[in-house]
Design a protein around this ligand. Structure first.
Ligand code: GLN
Length: 485
């Protein structure tokens, strides 16, 4: 099979058996990028030489008989909101269109130390605000399954790259579903780890109490390998947790017997596309036939998740984005009467409409007189949402649901109606509010487009999601299907 569509674990075997070289592998992926990138637009910046340098170093290690790590020489892509030393990092925003970070994010350093080869930096909605990549300050990424449709967002470039064979694995960030939604729309595996499980040092902040970095991969085994590489405490991120990091590959067992899975009825209700619903029902049956106990349950505060999220996230964003003032980094508006004028012109010029909308909403929600009514209220509701999950996890090992009520929508379909766009996040945002882990795995097709199944688990219990995800994958072949490009 074509090298650029294989998994990291298969490629690792080929590398250590010397059937392929890392250089050959990276050239195959870089050639693939050359040939399909015009159609897909996954990358903002390509780093061909970085990939080839790393590949040659790995080949040298193999030649010297050194043991290489599972990601050594594997071509990876990184969402362009994670800092890469010396490589432009834009967060999808014109305001950072000239920003070259003087340091790398911890996850970037970790992947580099694991031998992974950086192919490029992927497109995203500006500052990760969006569900389709249409809010990118540069261009819209296309869904490899149907280039008239969005790949999902905000990590759409990272998901599309893996689906289209333009990288083997990638990193995204997930504040309200930005890994799981594009994974679902593009038919790949995507995981948001527990809040605090992966260092956010060097991730350009959107909403700091919700942001989390996680992997995209072609199967659950590769997802576990990526987790192994990126998880763990980091003294440089004060919200990174001190916890025992597992070998996530150890959870890859084809056995779900006795696992208790709850399906929140609120996630299967009104608004869900009937075809998507029937794919999810089949996936539930599959889990049952494999030996799991699957029952309906309730997360009663689900209806408040969207308004809660769309207060907290913009509030945090309005504060995080105050730093883009044309002084320390990024672009600066040329024409200005005085310094205040310079701030205003720079921000007017540099930020797109969605970002401005969120800054205004967030500033309003935090302002004196409204703080208690909006922001504080939202924090209280957030606790109720988290408590719904705590109660559900007293009874169930994990929860199952759709990732999104629909498959990938058409480009332009929701751009004029921000509320419609926000509704795409209905099944994903509660996970971020509660801080728990969630994974999207391919579970079927509706109207020819991929559908993702979401598995949600207890804090730091990623392993209990990986086992049924792996088991489901071993007994289905959705993850082995690729779009023809
Ligand atoms: N679509 C959501 C938003 O626009 C989630 C984005 C994300 O997870 N980064 O905020």
């Amino acid at each position: 099979m074509r090298l650029f569509l294989r998994t990291a674990h298969e490629l690792h075997d080929l590398l250590i058996k010397k059937e392929i070289s890392a250089e050959e592998l990276n050239k195959a992926v870089l050639d693939r990028v050359e040939s399909v990138e015009d159609k897909i637009g996954a990358y903002i910046t390509r780093t061909r030489e970085n990939a080839l340098d790393q590949a040659r170093a790995v080949d040298q290690q193999i030649k010297n008989g050194e043991k290489i790590s599972p990601l050594s020489g594997i071509p990876v892509a990184i969402k362009d909101n994670m800092c890469t030393y010396g490589v432009k990092t834009t967060a999808g925003s014109k305001i950072l269109s000239n920003f070259i970070p003087p340091y790398s994010a911890t996850v970037v350093k970790k992947l580099d130390a694991a031998g992974a080869a950086l192919v490029g930096k992927t497109n995203l909605d500006e500052f990760a605000m969006g569900s389709s990549t249409e809010n990118s300050g540069f261009f819209t990424t296309k869904n490899p399954w149907d280039t008239g449709r969005v790949p999902g967002g905000s990590s759409g470039g990272s998901a599309a790259a893996v689906a289209a064979g333009e990288a083997v694995c990638s990193l995204g960030s997930d504040t309200g579903g930005s890994i799981r939604l594009p994974a679902s729309f593009c038919g790949v595996v995507g995981m948001k780890p527990t809040y605090g499980a992966v260092s956010r040092y060097g991730l350009i902040a959107y909403a700091s109490s919700l942001d989390q970095i996680g992997p995209f991969a072609r199967d659950v085994t590769d997802c576990a390998l990526m987790l192994n590489a990126i998880c763990g405490h980091d003294p440089l991120d004060s919200t990174s947790a001190k916890y025992p990091v597992a070998d996530y590959s150890g959870f890859l067992k084809d056995n779900v017997r006795g696992l208790k899975m709850g399906v929140p009825e609120e996630y299967m209700a009104e608004g869900i596309d009937p075809e998507v619903q029937s794919v999810i029902l089949k996936a539930m049956e599959k889990m049952e036939s494999l030996g799991a106990v699957v029952e309906y349950t309730s997360l009663p505060h689900t209806e408040y998740a969207l308004p809660t999220y769309y207060l907290i996230a913009p509030a945090e964003a309005s504060s995080n984005l105050a730093r883009y003032d044309g002084v320390r980094y990024g672009i600066r508006a040329k024409e200005a009467e005085d310094v205040i004028d310079m701030f205003m012109n720079t921000r007017s010029l540099g930020f797109g409409n969605e970002v401005k909308r969120r800054i205004m909403l967030g500033t309003y929600a935090l302002s004196a007189g409204y703080y208690d009514a909006y922001y504080l209220k939202a924090l209280k509701v957030r606790t109720l949402i988290k408590e719904d999950f705590d109660r559900a996890f007293e009874k169930y090992d994990l929860l199952l649901s759709p990732v999104s009520p629909t498959t990938a929508f058409h480009i332009g379909e929701k751009t004029d109606d921000p509320l419609q766009m926000y509704l795409s996040d209905i099944c994903t945002i509660s996970v971020n509010l509660a801080g728990i882990p969630g994974i999207s795995i391919p579970c079927g097709f509706a109207g020819g487009m991929p559908v993702g199944l979401q598995l949600m688990g207890k804090h730091f219990d990623e392993g209990t999601l990986l086992r049924p995800a792996y088991s489901f994958e071993q007994n289905t072949d959705y993850h082995k299907q690729f779009p023809e490009l």
